[in-house]
Design a protein around this ligand. Structure first.
Ligand code: AMP
Length: 506
């Protein structure tokens, strides 16, 4: 099924439900969104001469046009290449070249960046700025029926965030996206038509992927007018639009719970905060539950199996009386409904419960491969299983605890040390705003544990204080040998901490 059918169906069943809103203002209902998208598809075919299978990129700060263009692309049988708005022009150029995109939609703030690399991208014929008449003209004309796409046709090239090396384009098919959508209803939530989703995280990534369950249930997709994550703005939109669903990276959750505006939220304003993409520290999670109520759902996935490997449900977050509640909050939860998950050794053999190994998964959510990158594909997809590069362990109840990316694990004196465990302890100190732990090469021990610490403004903590905290909570050999106090942690455009960059400071 062409994923564009989600809009076709919602337009039939809930034609008058508002599909898109700019801030507080309704933009289009589902009937008119479908009408616009199907006319735009005609332009893509006839005026721009694109043929099914062609790639169409976009570089846009979050805005309603991002959803319009995406659905027009799928409606026309083309493949979307969403690019993070914060990328460097060189990174845009790489993705445009690698995907061979023939057309790129842009918001005006990014028009110059894309124009500046056009000459380096031989396949790129045209750039359309969505604030211009060129784009407005695409809404005028005759509609066309949605292209009859095969389930395996590429629909979305999801470029990995590239915390190591060049980004790779995980090729997601219509079937992958549909499986992810149905999995949302099985494991995360089933919102009602008329409810809302507020897109504050990049639409090219997690928040954009959640547009599918939102479209399938005829939600109102709300785009903050600032085009970015601003806590007071998001809070007032959550008060305006019913029962908001919001995808947030853990660093964004932290900003929310530390902002005074969080207290303006009324019970029920937020229906679900789905968080994931990076570790969430237990101390932040408990504070979120206390402040926001039972709205948190964790997702563990990756571009290669979008949003869908394991989940930590609302019910587990609420089950405070469970003897292993805290342990469970520190986990990524249970395997998702639509995917098989295993923890294996180097040969792909499952390791016993409780033992650490690489996480692999198989199912309809797993990508077909990386775009134009057969070597990387054969490393990641073996015998139908996706090797995630993440390391973790199942407990006896089936909860998966992520240890770290395999490459982030520290080996000291022959023992494996997982930075996240130490970071969880350091975060307990009230003076610590954020921290990250990495390994420093050591001639005798292999590696030494080093902690980078960002203190809250005006707060104080000495290495001795932090060392005592570690002594009280974890095995002695895991304690950092060195504490480095810095102003801010280096992060990529998705808010993920760049340990590679921290290691260069050692
Ligand atoms: P990306 O493909 O850019 O979305 O990055 C996916 C990676 O983010 C995964 O392979 C994990 O290393 C990490 N990740 C995703 N979800 C979680 C989570 N819930 N907890 C910890 N790390 C996560």
């Amino acid at each position: 099924m062409n994923i564009a059918q989600l809009l076709v169906k919602s337009a039939l069943e809930y034609p008058d439900a508002i599909a898109l809103a700019r801030g507080e203002t309704p933009h289009l209902d589902h009937r008119n969104l479908l009408r616009k998208v199907s006319v735009m598809a005609t332009h893509l075919h006839h005026r721009m001469k694109l043929v099914p299978g062609d790639r169409v990129a976009f570089a846009m700060t979050n805005c309603v046009e991002a959803i319009e263009t995406m659905y027009a692309i799928w409606h026309a049988g083309l493949c979307a290449v969403p690019m993070n708005a914060k990328l460097h022009p060189r990174e845009f150029a790489f993705i445009l070249q690698n995907s061979g995109a023939r057309l790129c939609f842009v918001t005006s703030d990014l028009a110059e960046d894309i124009a500046s690399v056009k000459d380096d991208c031989p396949a790129l014929e045209r750039i359309v700025d969505v604030s211009t008449r060129d784009y407005g003209f695409m809404a005028v004309g005759d509609p066309v029926l949605a292209h009859d796409a095969a389930p395996t046709d590429p629909a979305w090239l999801f470029y990995t965030s590239g915390t190591t090396g060049r980004p790779k384009g995980a090729t997601l098919s219509h079937r992958n996206l549909l499986a992810m959508t149905l999995n949302y209803f099985a494991d995360v939530d089933r919102p009602e038509p008329g409810h809302s989703i507020i897109h504050v995280a990049p639409i090219s990534h997690g928040s954009g992927l959640w547009n599918f369950p939102a479209m399938a249930r005829a939600l109102t997709q709300v785009f903050p007018e600032s085009g970015r994550y601003d806590v007071p703005e998001m809070v007032s939109l959550a008060r305006r639009w019913p029962q908001a669903t919001i995808f947030l990276a853990p660093t964004m959750v932290k900003r929310l719970i530390e902002h005074p505006a969080v207290h303006d939220l009324r019970p029920g304003d937020i229906r679900t905060i789905s968080y994931g993409g990076a570790p969430m520290y237990v101390s932040d999670l408990k504070k979120s539950i206390d402040l926001l109520g039972n709205v948190m759902v964790q997702l563990y996935g990756q571009g290669e199996a979008p949003m869908t490997i394991t989940h930590l449900s609302r019910a587990v977050h609420a089950d405070r009386d469970h003897p292993r509640w805290e342990q469970r909050l520190a986990s990524a939860g249970l395997a998702d409904a639509c995917v098989e998950v295993r923890v294996v050794d180097e040969d792909g053999k499952p390791v016993p419960t409780g033992e650490v190994g690489e996480i692999i998964c198989r199912g309809d959510v797993v990508m077909g491969g990386y775009w134009d990158n057969p070597e990387a594909t054969s490393r990641s997809l073996r015998d139908g299983w996706l090797w995630t590069g993440d390391v973790g362990a199942f407990d006896a109840d089936g909860f998966l605890t992520l240890k770290d990316r395999s490459k982030d694990m520290i080996i000291s004196g022959g023992s494996n040390i997982y930075p996240r465990e130490i970071e969880d302890v350091l975060n307990l100190h009230p003076a610590v705003l954020e921290c990250s732990v990495v390994g420093k090469p050591h001639p005798e021990w292999g590696e030494d544990v080093v902690a980078f610490i960002v203190l809250r403004e005006g707060a104080r903590a000495t290495p001795a204080d932090l060392d005592q905290l570690c002594l009280d909570n974890i095995a002695r050999f895991k304690r950092p040998k060195d504490y480095r106090f810095i102003d801010a942690l280096p992060k990529n455009n998705y808010g993920k901490i760049l340990k590679t960059e921290l290691r260069t400071k050692l």
